[in-house]
Design a protein around this ligand. Structure first.
Ligand code: NAG
Ligand code: NAG
Ligand code: NAG
Ligand code: NAG
Ligand code: NAG
Ligand code: NAG
Length: 370
């Protein structure tokens, strides 16, 4: 008896040590998962601070950043963005902008996003880093991983990385904000096809370099952003239907394309978040989500504070700033407050995958797959 139980204890001990210590670890080492961020001002953490652009595409002045960072970082919010909260959930530090001077250690990931950017190179051309250029920057970083870690480990690391996108809003709002005639040359469905087509090209480029995990957010009803509501004064503040219509077409096309890519590209995994529904609920029922105001921005001027003057460094110099950004869904005429970004990030991270909100995977799933 005594012998047998010592033997069992010994056996158990050896087995236990084996399983938890060394063998277990060498077979399933705790591998880090880099986070790559692409797109527009919903995700730009400051790349536009370092390009030659106009203050229309910059947020590196007060009161941007006042809630969390206490200084303007270039983020279009009073604080952190969705990508910042997702990085935190993934136990990563804040992911620096690609253009941040001196930034060379890409180990945890890189933020390539640029405020004002679209999927089409024509969108705010000359003022932004368009998506195709963001892809070339990504190629440089992918080569860095191969150089640092060797081809195999570099590729394995890229295949574990999560690639998050926010793109399209500027392609569909810029025709109404500039004197562009693009919507006279193309009908809505052709134009949306071009945007989705250019996004698809970028996704495939990342896939060819070994990227496998992708996350997307769809578009909100763009015509209901404070800035878009005031474009046609005869509309008397109602949503600009022409812009919302483009967003609707985009939101119908995007899930179809992603579903097709998943079928065609081996190992391709994605998460699509229904940003539209989430934002709509908060705009329509702000108090259910802890807000007091769902339509008017905290910072700006005019009706809905739709005049894009927050900070006084753009065309219009006068602006109002609310007392408590936490009470607002909209921070400025186009962008949201840190408070709602945190709520959205929580849904994207932990929302029931394959639900209406996020699917087929949530961000937590994507970060955990090996
Ligand atoms: C930045 O852009 C302005 C106007 O577009 C131009 O005059 C200036 O030369 C540019 N500066 C650089 C460094 O490219
Ligand atoms: C559009 O063109 C008109 C006339 O050329 C000009 O007055 C207006 O400022 C332009 N608007 C924008 C947004 O460029
Ligand atoms: C849009 O234009 C394309 C090509 O010009 C055409 O094939 C298509 O039928 C048009 N769609 C609509 C809804 O008008
Ligand atoms: C990408 O956009 C350009 C316009 O800049 C368009 O001509 C082209 O067809 C688009 N590409 C795809 C694959 O849709
Ligand atoms: C515009 O909206 C205001 C309130 O927001 C309302 O009092 C007014 O009657 C509306 N005007 C028109 C022409 O609909
Ligand atoms: C947003 O979602 C609502 C339903 O929740 C839908 O009726 C509307 O068409 C959607 N808008 C866009 C731009 O996808």
């Amino acid at each position: 008896m005594g012998r047998l139980s010592s033997f069992l204890i010994f056996f158990f001990f050896v087995f236990f040590i084996n399983a938890t210590c060394c063998r277990g670890r060498s077979q399933h080492p705790k591998k880090h998962v880099p986070f790559f961020i692409f797109g527009d001002s919903f995700l730009d953490a400051g790349n536009n601070n370092y390009i030659n652009t106009s203050t229309l595409d910059q947020a590196n002045f007060w009161p941007y950043g006042l809630t969390y960072f206490k200084f303007p970082t270039g983020r279009f919010s009073d604080g952190r963005l969705v990508s910042d909260f997702i990085a935190k959930r993934a136990k990563l530090p804040l992911i620096p902008p690609f253009l941040q001077p001196g930034f060379r250690q890409y180990y945890n990931g890189v933020n390539f996003a640029s405020s004002g950017a679209g999927a089409l190179p024509e969108t705010f051309q000359g003022f932004v880093i368009d998506l195709k250029t963001q892809l070339s920057n990504y190629y440089k970083v992918a080569s860095w991983f191969r150089q640092k870690l060797g081809n195999d480990e570099g590729e394995a690391t890229i295949s574990r990385a999560v690639h998050l996108f926010s793109i399209g809003s500027n392609d569909y709002t810029s025709p109404f904000l500039t004197n562009s005639t693009v919507l006279k040359h193309y009908n809505d469905s052709t134009y949306v096809g071009m945007v989705i087509g250019n996004l698809t090209t970028v996704i495939k480029g990342i896939y060819r370099r070994g990227g496998r995990k992708f996350a997307f957010i769809n578009l909100p009803e763009l015509g209901c952003l404070p800035a878009m509501r005031i474009i046609k004064s005869e509309n008397n503040g109602s949503c600009l239907e022409e812009a919302t219509r483009l967003a609707t077409l985009h939101n119908q096309a995007l899930p179809k394309v992603l579903f097709e890519l998943e079928k065609r590209l081996k190992g391709f995994k994605y998460s699509l978040f229904d940003f539209n529904s989430s934002l709509r609920q908060r705009m329509q029922h702000p108090s259910k989500y802890g807000f007091k105001e769902g339509e008017t921005a905290c910072c700006g001027s005019g009706k809905y504070r739709g005049v894009f003057s927050c900070g006084g460094k753009r065309t219009v110099k006068e602006f109002q700033l609310c007392k408590n950004p936490k009470e607002y869904v909209f921070w400025d005429s186009f962008h949201l407050t840190e408070r709602i970004y945190r709520q959205l990030a929580d849904q994207m991270w932990g929302g029931k995958s394959n639900s209406h909100d996020v699917g087929p995977y949530n961000l937590k799933n994507l970060f955990q797959f090996h």
